[in-house]
Write a protein that binds this ligand. Structure first.
Ligand code: ATP
Length: 436
């Protein structure tokens, strides 16, 4: 796609997601706040479906991964030991004329705003500082976590002592992380408040390559399961000079966003770096005892790290479609049914016929017991309802008409093909559940 078309596509997605209640600008009535977005009723459903599928696949379906939900605010020593206090920074340049700040790697030559000259680059730490307790001095300073991984490493011993897992095993966490990005941009791609889904998968050193390939494969499967376009997903082997010094292999999963090919997720082999640093700084023994060989050692770790917001955006971009039905244009989101915020919408053919209303309500109520993410809609005519449901990516629309009252069948209309079939009410759950 050409540049112009891409920025047009991004505008269409931003506008659709706002109009239909997926994503709103944070604090909008006060003029917003850079780098923060809010998920509306349909956005939160989409995002939950994405995180639930991740949890199902990487925690519940396995017997070697343990869940965790650690506090966002941690002892600042965690971030000293992990290197974030000293090293979690981007080089920033400030324009001498208009004082605007940019990330050095995102500008060339002169200021993008006014053409002014830049002062020398300075390091800018991206952690949000806060104070804990009533005194606001250096002793009470801590940070909002810049990644969820910190809470996993600090609970490694707790999980070992309480669950007694054998290597290899993982600890998984989904939660908010905060980065005071110099230049938040591209809608929900680069945020200051975001959500991550991370696993630290602990292995014996000799086993890291096998574990790495296994996670690489699982991440690709997950991408397909949530409907990320296969042709837009690329694996980039991060070269020697660009990897962290302790990482022997890192892959960036990149996605063709409308604003360019950018990092969607990361997969890194981090050796025993993290546990060794935390053991040293805390003075707590973070070794593992292999009861078969009686050897004690610090486990190595493979880390799949996925941003929820970037995943939501990649799913939206992958699903966005425009076509023509009859002779009118339509926009629809071809979500996989498993991520679709609404799985089916139930309509009475006409709003003002009590017998159709009553039957439609009954079908809706019974379906909702089995499939909670469904919706009742009797606004406007059926054509308008179809368009609305297409735009929010509802896979099926179910219409109750006069024939329903006679033979207990309904019309089920498929979002992608716009084709309709008659289905008996008693088979509805089965038909809808087949691709969930
Ligand atoms: P980038 O190079 O784009 O800044 P990163 O390499 O710093 O990203 P990681 O530290 O590897 O990112 O974080 C893991 C994942 O968290 C990323 O792959 C991405 O999905 C997500 N992520 C990181 N920073 C942001 C952000 N500012 N906004 C939204 N998601 C983010």
């Amino acid at each position: 796609m050409g540049k112009e078309k891409d920025s047009e596509l991004m505008e269409k997605i931003v506008s659709l997601t706002k109009r239909r209640g997926f994503v709103f600008q944070g604090s909008e009535i006060y003029g917003g706040i850079a780098g923060m977005f809010d998920y509306g009723p349909l956005g939160v459903a989409l995002s939950h479906n994405i995180t639930d599928l991740w949890w199902d696949k990487f925690v519940d379906a396995r017997d070697d991964v343990y869940g965790l939900d650690a506090a966002i605010i941690m002892n600042p020593k965690v971030w000293e030991a992990s290197g974030h206090v000293d090293g979690f920074s981007d080089p920033m340049v400030e324009c001498k004329k208009c004082k605007k700040r940019f990330r050095e790697d995102q500008v060339e030559g002169e200021c993008l705003e006014c053409g002014g000259e830049f002062a020398d680059a300075k390091q800018f730490n991206m952690m949000f500082k806060t104070n804990v307790g009533a005194t606001e001095d250096e002793s009470s300073v801590t940070y909002l976590r810049p990644e969820t991984a910190g809470g996993i490493f600090t609970n490694f011993k707790n999980v070992m002592d309480s669950m007694h897992p054998k290597l290899p095993f993982g600890i998984a966490q989904i939660g908010k992380a905060f980065r005071n990005e110099i230049a938040p941009r591209d809608f929900i791609f680069r945020l200051r408040e975001m959500k991550q889904m991370e696993v630290e998968y602990f292995v014996k050193e000799v086993d890291w390559e096998g574990a790495f390939s296994q996670w690489q494969k699982s991440m690709n499967e997950y991408a397909q399961e949530i409907g990320i376009d296969k042709d837009s997903l690329h694996e980039l082997e991060v070269g020697d000079g660009d990897r962290a010094h302790y990482s022997k292999r890192t892959i960036d999963f990149e996605f063709d966003f409308p604003f360019g090919r950018k990092e969607l997720w990361g997969l890194a082999y981090r050796s025993d770096h993290d546990l060794t640093c935390h053991a040293k700084a805390s003075g707590v023994d973070l070794t593992y005892l292999d009861t078969e060989t009686n050897e004690r050692f610090v486990p190595h770790v493979v880390e799949p790290s996925l941003g929820v917001d970037r995943t939501v955006l990649a799913v939206l971009v992958s699903a966005y479609r425009e076509d023509e039905v009859g002779d009118s244009k339509r926009v629809y989101l071809a979500f996989k049914p498993s991520v679709a915020p609404i799985k089916a919408a139930v309509f009475p053919l006409m709003k003002n016929k009590p017998e159709l209303q009553e039957k439609a309500r009954e079908v809706y109520k019974n379906l909702k017991k089995e499939i909670p993410q469904i919706m009742f809609d009797d606004n406007g005519n059926v054509g308008k309802r179809y368009r609305r449901q297409d735009e929010i990516g509802t896979p099926y629309c179910i219409t109750i008409d006069f024939d329903t009252l006679e033979d207990n069948t309904v019309t089920v209309r498929n979002r992608d093909t716009a084709e309709q079939e008659r289905v008996s009410i008693e088979n509805l759950v089965e038909v809808l559940k087949k691709d969930l």
